[in-house]
Design a protein around this ligand. Structure first.
Ligand SMILES: [Zn+2]
Length: 143
């Protein structure tokens, strides 16, 4: 199966809404604008899906970003091992640790965004046939 613009992986990696796979869920496109890394729309701009499903919903993303960091480290270990080799006899493990720390640090703003979209996708499933609608007003607000 070729990469398709509405595939799950494509949508998640591009930080799109897990429900419509079209709406971009963050207010700014650049995750390295650190003041706004985690600024999300309250509702998907395309289908109106709520993003923070309940108060404190995003606390669960800590585990997801941890898992992503571990996966990225494993990936870094694999290619480092292949291209440079890792041995107990020299400092190569130390060099890998430093290289890995730098890569994980640089990737972190994106990983934080990715972990939110990934986490949301555990609860919100793809629904391409839903009629697009404008975001609903929040009825819980007083007044
Ligand atoms: Zn959407």
């Amino acid at each position: 199966m070729s990469a398709h613009h509405s595939s799950y992986l494509y949508a998640i990696l591009h930080l799109k809404c897990p429900r419509c796979r079209k709406g971009f869920l963050f207010r700014t496109s650049n995750p390295y604008n650190l003041k706004h890394t985690l600024d999300m729309h309250e509702h998907c701009p395309v289908c109106g899906q709520k993003t923070e499903l309940e108060t404190g919903f995003w606390y669960g993303t800590g585990y997801v970003s941890y898992a992503l960091s571990v996966a990225l480290s494993a990936f870094n270990l694999a290619w480092y091992w292949i291209f440079f080799g890792i041995s107990w006899k020299d400092n190569s493990i130390l060099y890998w640790l430093l290289t890995n720390a730098a890569i994980v640090l640089v990737a972190m703003p994106y990983l934080m965004r990715l972990s939110r979209v990934l986490y949301l996708s555990f609860f919100v499933h793809y629904d391409p046939h839903e009629t697009p609608h404008l975001p609903l007003r929040d009825h819980n607000l007083p007044g």
